[in-house]
Design a protein around this ligand. Structure first.
Ligand code: ZN
Length: 74
């Protein structure tokens, strides 16, 4: 379950395809993308390259504000 979720970005975030030579970014890394671009199933891509990287789409100020919040919590 948790593993499957990682191919779908949480709201306000995007995912980058884990294949190093691939710059595909989207809210979902689709099975079709893996097959067409890499000739592999999504499971095979995941095993070989790991799960997609999360790409934050927050603005710089939002990130700074959030970091400050985390500092206060810690
Ligand atoms: Zn890709």
């Amino acid at each position: 379950m948790a593993e499957k979720f990682n191919w779908y970005a949480p709201s306000s975030e995007l995912l980058k395809c884990p294949v190093p030579s691939c710059n595909h970014i989207g809210s979902i890394i689709t099975k079709i993308h893996c097959r067409l671009e890499h000739g592999m199933t999504r499971d095979e891509v995941g095993k070989m390259y790991g799960m997609p990287k999360r790409v934050l789409t927050y603005s710089e100020n939002q990130i700074k504000a959030r970091d400050a919040e985390w500092m206060n919590i810690i």
